[in-house]
Design a protein. Structure first.
Length: 516
């Protein structure tokens, strides 16, 4: 994917570099190294809600400088996920914007320029150490049980010498010159100020030997040039934040507000949510028939609370209520069952026509993709689908369940084990008798085939036969639906219609009368 905007380049970007951002501008800045699941999107959602609450702007920036780890298609999937969720992007890939390009690989000249500035003003230096030397240093540190850290071997090189070696073609990285003593304080919107001893910090690499920046340099430069007011990112970055504060200082810039949001853990709380814990790439939630508004609502509650007791919040309500004061610092846990339950609640709340709109594509897709059997003619009759879904709405938790839940409303022949027709403590004879008498009662039920007209005479029949309702109605349910669990029996028969219901009943009688 390419960016539709033209790079203003370091020079024009620098023109507005010294004025603070106006209003709230937030961003999501993923590395395209895989497919984002709920954890990543939750962080993005907090960033997005913060901007939307304030009437500000939300940017998407792709941090793709680790080229070897870039996964093809992940940016497209990310954007499709945003669009499915209804999280609009003001600036970013495919949208453009005044501070692009929004792919870091297209901004290399900018980072080089700022790395040079940091070298020139003494906040960074060139390091020519070989891989082998660095490894030896680390090994020695490990033996002494010291934390691995660069030993600052090249920090003492004179600027002239370092420039000469670089000019002669020797490979180097650029490292941050962390002050040797003193402290650096990180201010985070969700926490008390955190103070780090500089002596414990590493001279981190800012620019790699291939000329690509590391996260530390690229993110800081971009957040500044893109005029980000709030850096909303995962908690794991807190430990690097003092380095970032130093880079801002080194470039003479004011740091944006940091908002390190709590992790999303797996349900057992034993580790960060991952694929291994069943977290799916966002588009798979779509394909399973989650409603985007349910997923958004669920994600918003992973680390934030509205302060109200109601936990069903529309997108507008989320935007209205979202403030950083209610974002916690303790980790949230992803519970797939709660998400599923919430989806079920959203499905139940849908107006019937809305449910039809959303469920139809799942029902009409090919059988091999989970749709209704291929023998069922498409397009489906919308009015009939509405009558069917009205009965299933209560039980449905995922739209993708619609085809299996409703198949018996559409197929010509039911496939089921005849033994299912016999309810508990019922033998073949009594069942057969019950079904035959039911056929008579139902056939005589007149021309108006309505649940309210079918049920009373059938209840009278149960009494007359000396059965329990469940005994007769189980047989009848299996006869007309082919299953033991279905929506309310008489409403189901009403939707199936007189002809189909009676035909299925006769078929069941025939099965029992002449067992194969
Ligand atoms: N590229 C970083 C990541 O994916 C971004 C962190 C940030 O939001 O600054 O973790």
């Amino acid at each position: 994917m390419t960016d539709s905007t033209h790079a203003p380049g370091a020079a024009s970007a620098a023109a507005h570099a010294d004025t603070p951002p106006v209003g709230v501008r937030t961003r999501f800045a993923p590395s395209p190294t895989g497919f984002q699941h709920i954890g990543g999107y939750r962080t993005a959602l907090f960033s997005w809600l913060l901007a939307r609450h304030a009437g500000g702007e939300f940017l998407l920036r792709i941090e793709d400088t680790d080229i070897a780890r870039t996964v093809p298609g992940s940016v497209e999937a990310l954007i499709a996920g945003f669009s499915w969720l209804g999280m609009d992007i003001n600036e970013g890939p495919g949208v453009g914007g005044p501070y692009g390009p929004y792919f870091q690989t297209q901004r290399r000249a900018i980072y080089l320029d700022y790395a040079e500035r940091l070298i020139a003003n003494g906040h960074a230096y060139r390091c020519f150490c070989s891989r082998e030397r660095l490894q030896a240093v680390r090994d020695a540190q490990r033996q002494r049980a010291e934390p691995p850290r660069y030993d600052r071997h090249c920090r003492g090189l004179s600027a002239v010498a370092a420039r000469a070696r670089a000019a002669a073609g020797e490979g180097y990285v650029v490292r941050l010159a962390v002050p040797l003593d003193g402290q650096t304080t990180v201010r985070d919107a969700l926490r008390e100020a955190i103070t780090f001893e500089n002596a414990n910090l590493d001279d981190a690499v800012l620019l790699k030997s291939d000329g690509y920046p590391t996260y530390h340099l690229a993110a800081i430069v971009d957040d500044h040039l893109m005029r980000i007011s709030h850096v909303v990112r995962a908690e794991e970055w807190i430990s690097s934040a003092p380095l970032h504060v130093m880079i801002y200082q080194g470039l003479g810039w004011e740091a944006p507000r940091f908002v390190h949001v709590p992790d999303v853990l797996s349900k057992d709380g034993k580790g960060k949510l991952s694929k291994r814990h069943g977290a799916l790439p966002m588009l798979e939630y779509r394909d399973l028939g989650y409603l985007p508004e349910a997923v958004l609502n669920y994600m918003a509650l992973l680390g934030w609370s509205s302060g109200e007791s109601a936990d069903i919040l529309s997108l507008d309500q989320l935007i209205e209520h979202f403030t950083l004061e209610r974002v916690g610092t303790s980790p949230a846990r992803y519970d797939e069952e709660r998400l599923l339950a919430m989806n079920g609640r959203y499905i139940r709340q849908l107006p019937l026509e809305g449910l039809v709109d959303r469920a139809l594509p799942f029902m009409e897709r090919p059988q091999s993709a989970g749709g209704l059997p291929d023998g069922v003619a498409r397009p489906l009759d919308r009015a009939y689908v509405a009558r069917v879904l009205r009965l299933e709405q209560e039980r449905m938790k995922l739209l993708a369940e619609a085809p299996t839940m409703t198949a018996f409303f559409f197929t010509d022949r039911l496939v089921y084990e005849s033994a299912l027709l016999m309810a508990k403590q019922m033998d073949r004879e009594r069942t057969l008798d019950g079904l035959r008498r039911s056929e008579g009662v139902l056939a005589a039920a007149g021309e108006t085939w309505e649940a309210a007209r079918l049920e009373p005479p059938m209840r009278a029949l149960v009494t007359e036969l000396g059965m329990k309702p469940v005994q007769l109605f189980t047989s009848l349910r299996v006869a007309v639906t082919g299953r033991t669990i279905s929506p309310p029996l008489f409403e189901t028969m009403e939707v199936l219609g007189r002809e189909v219901s009676l035909a299925r009943l006769r078929d069941a009688i025939a099965r029992l009368a002449s067992p194969a």
